[in-house]
Design a protein around this ligand. Structure first.
Ligand code: GUN
Length: 279
């Protein structure tokens, strides 16, 4: 039987520690402020943005919300970000993705000052991560490292397999596992024999984007399985990239969906906001 890794509990523990630090910073005269920008009204994005604002309120960070209309031009968005880059009381800037198709996401990410880039998406922060320098780290992979650490799971020397090579999860995940001295393989949609690769994993990170694709056949007995996916199944229940019921008896530890990786992403965003104010 696998240990179920309780992301909700670990995220709360982290947020409570941050809350204390935020109140100390406040006493010293630093009031942390996160600017949250959403363009258009994508329903999923609105849920994520609201959860981020709620977490800010919980730990005592001010959030300023910019809800821009779908037709906002790239130039208008660039202008707003540049203004916020120069606003001293704003410590972090978050532009919720995806952006409407007429806006160049890469340009927007590069417009955010690397020192306010609490998502860790700017190429300067990505470079810092790969070089082992201090910077902002993408929240989901940073949260997964914390899940493993809080659960007492050793990374050094382990075979770590990441399925997925996105800029937000797969690539920074690989960099972080490497930084923790794991032996890292990144598998993806063009990997020739995926099961052969994933069955080598002591720690498997599934960020495939396909509902319940990872069944017990993909898992080595006793592996730690981390599920980054978030989908709705045929019964409209939330589920992940991993077929939890099938994998549960083969793994030594597994994250549930919901309540695994998701809450950690927000806790790490809060951590990055506090880091932005500390520096
Ligand atoms: N859209 C989906 N995930 C994220 C995230 O972590 N940050 C931002 N800004 N947008 C997202």
């Amino acid at each position: 039987m696998a240990q179920i890794i309780d992301g909700k509990r670990i995220a709360k523990e982290i947020k409570d520690k941050l809350k204390e630090e935020v109140s100390v910073l406040k006493e010293r005269g630093t009031k942390i402020c996160l600017a949250v920008i959403q363009v258009g009204q994508d329903a999923a994005s609105s849920v994520y943005v609201n959860n981020k604002k709620k977490a800010c309120a919980y730990i005592g960070i001010d959030s300023v919300s910019y809800e821009l209309k779908e037709a906002t031009t790239e130039a208008e968005l660039v202008e707003l970000i540049e203004k916020l880059n120069h606003t001293e009381k704003v410590h972090g800037i978050l532009v919720q993705l995806p952006l409407p198709a007429h806006i160049d996401e890469d340009r927007i990410i590069r417009t955010i000052s690397p020192d306010k880039d609490v998502d860790g998406f700017h190429p300067v922060n990505v470079g810092r991560l790969w070089l082992g320098e201090t910077g902002f780290v993408s929240c989901t992979p940073a949260g997964i490292i914390q899940l493993l650490k809080y659960s007492g799971i050793e990374i050094a020397g382990k075979e770590c397999v990441v399925i997925g090579r996105s800029n937000i999860v797969g690539k920074p995940m690989a960099a972080l596992l490497l930084r923790e001295n794991g032996t890292v393989t990144v598998a993806h949609s063009r990997t020739a024999d995926l099961k052969e690769v994933t069955r080598r994993a002591d720690i498997l990170i599934a960020a495939v984007g396909q509902t319940k694709m990872i069944t017990a056949e993909y898992i080595k007995e006793g592996a730690v399985v981390i599920d980054v996916g978030m989908h709705r199944d045929a019964q409209n229940h939330l589920c992940g990239d991993v077929d939890f019921e099938d994998v549960y008896s083969r793994a030594s530890a597994i994250t549930p969906v919901p309540g695994g990786v998701g809450p950690m992403t927000i806790a790490m965003l809060m951590n990055n906001c506090v880091q932005a104010a500390r520096d």
